[in-house]
Design a protein around this ligand. Sequence first.
Ligand SMILES: C[S@@+](CC[C@H](N)C(=O)[O-])C[C@H]1O[C@@H](n2cnc3c(N)ncnc32)[C@H](O)[C@@H]1O
Ligand code: SF4
Ligand code: SF4
Length: 437
Amino acid sequence: MNTGFKHLSAPIMVQFEVTIQCNNSCRFCYNFRRTKSKEKIQSKSSVIEKKRILKELASLGVYSIVFTGGEPFTYSNLIDLLKYAKQLGFVVYINSNGTLITKKISHLLKEINIDGVMISLHAACSEIHDSQTNKNGSWKNTINGIQNLLEQKVHTGINMTVTNNNYEYVYDLGKYSVELGVPFSITRFIPINKRDTPLELSYQNFKKVLIDIEKIKKLYSKKINILTPFPLCSTYKISKNFADARCTAGLTWCAISPNLDVRPCIFTSEIIGNLKYNKFIDIWNSKKMKRFQNLNNNSKECLDCEILQLCLGGCRQLIKVHKKDPLMMGMVKFKDISIKDQEMAKIKLKNIYSKNPRVVLRSEEFGATLILSQNKYVFLKGQSSIFIWNLIDGKRDLEKIAYNLINKYNISIIKAKKDVIEFFTELYIHELIKEEN
Ligand SMILES: C[S@@+](CC[C@H](N)C(=O)[O-])C[C@H]1O[C@@H](n2cnc3c(N)ncnc32)[C@H](O)[C@@H]1O
Ligand code: SF4
Ligand code: SF4
């Protein structure tokens, strides 16, 4: 498991809000409220400025960009920006409500080779979805958009934002998505302030949501994702599958507003700096960004909890609003979290592994980061883990690798074998290696 986060040389992923304009007005949306505020007037940046920032992010080794908003397809220069981001070598995703994705647009997305589009859909039927988006006909237009993307074979996902108003429909929408052949994700509603509390999932409703997505996963054995964090103490008894949704805002990712403010995540209004006046790298390395990441902001109970480094204490925006994540259930012991042990059992010293060819290695002050996707990465802390990584060749078994480690670092055989098993467990969980037959 990725315990003990280090400060990275740059984020793995950046969510770039290209506009705050939108053709829906969802009841729960943090962005929609901004369109009513003075931020609307200050929300502009030119396409040239946006490109300059993409170039800086590429030079820092940022792995992927998620274009979002507002509704990104209301932004007239979107296609130009997407092309540029692909030219720079980013893995490029788009978050969209899908309503403006015509046949022509989906064809263009295919041509540009966009890596994926995540479509927001909040129920399997129009009545409930349209009541969430405050827009009659939006469900139908979103479904048209999904169909246009599927026709062009653009990787498409469905993401449902779950509040106390629509939590009962998670199962139906999950089933609907799976039947369409589209991966299903849920996002937990995150409040801007205390006034939003009625929309926040209560523990009972959250429990039903987890049980329902477990059911969908079992029935259809498909990949279901949770895109927002939960405290581990609230999930580990109900669902081992979803027990790793941690808050890595400001640690592995951050957000850029349309006016080029940098925020630690899309849900928070906290501004760390502005890219019209500062370089991205200076904002990323600033004390303010590091303060947001600081685990000491957690409640006393979390600070005393054995597994804080693993759980990180739930959503940081919720901690800001309520002083602690309201779904926090209380301290947990390492021995109660058995995910790692289960996976460990599969890693044997006689096994041979090869590297996933899609893994990217990025140098860091502490060693390196191996990146497979925005959610799958492993930190190589120190030279010994880089040494082991370099020995993986699809031919040596783990025993041989352990002996190489002993020769190089003069450590005991017991320690070498334990370190190798632990390291390969982490690589295996994150799909960075595969077992050879
Ligand atoms: C702000 S939207 C922007 C992109 C696009 N308009 C869309 O709806 O996908 C990005 C995602 O954030 C979700 N979202 C908006 N407000 C939220 C909130 N307060 N808590 C959790 N998710 C939220 C939306 O449902 C959507 O999936
Ligand atoms: S469509 Fe997206 S940006 Fe627009 S109001 Fe809904 S969640 Fe917000
Ligand atoms: S008490 Fe805090 S750190 Fe411990 S599992 Fe719960 S949320 Fe995580």
